[in-house]
Design a protein around this ligand. Sequence first.
Ligand SMILES: [Zn+2]
Ligand SMILES: [Zn+2]
Length: 240
Amino acid sequence: MVKILHKILEFLFPPACPLCDTPVSTHGELCAACWTEINWIENPKCVKCGYPFPADLDLGGTPLCPVCASDMCELDWIRSACVYDDASRGAMLPFKHGGRIQYARFMSRAMMWALRDVKIDADIIMPVPLATRRLFKRGYNQATLLARPIARATGIKIDHDSVRRKYREDMGHKSARERAENIRGVFSVVRPDRIRGKKILLVDDVMTSGATFSELRRVLIRAGAVAVYGITFCRVVRAI
Ligand SMILES: [Zn+2]
Ligand SMILES: [Zn+2]
């Protein structure tokens, strides 16, 4: 019965690429053209923060970027599915600000793929919290939409209310330093009992300077977390 219903629905709403409406074989999948547009992060990359290196660079078995080599990356590891550029922005902006929540499907699947080379031993999956005021305005936390399918696929519990976030003005075009200052003190752990002794995988849509992850990690470690990892759909890649 469910199968017949499924067939009828497929007939009425044939699967189409969420970005360009080209017919595809499965709901939520990107078409080949959109897929190749996106700059997916492959090897070689920094084993710690996932920073992508040029494809022809041979850095041996465990390449580290200069930031991680000088021990400045605070998370235990970070992975991102793709580079933040014109192509991924074309998906990110409607997803984050235009209610295109159906994009979470291909985005979270790409994020699972990006996690393939790390050991996922997290006890908790935590979407980066949104300030209540922003949550009401937007109607959803995009990080939660990405975290849910990852929690389902890995069988790890999701936690979206142990940490709260204060409202601050948007950090749109600020420098890394200004972002770090602006984010300082916005997070507070309201349920330390759920954090103590835990390994936590943070989920966000985009990593810009890494300031959000660093600040959230700081309060989680202070509350007794033992490891903090990060996964995002895309990340800003600056020349280093
Ligand atoms: Zn497409
Ligand atoms: Zn690195």
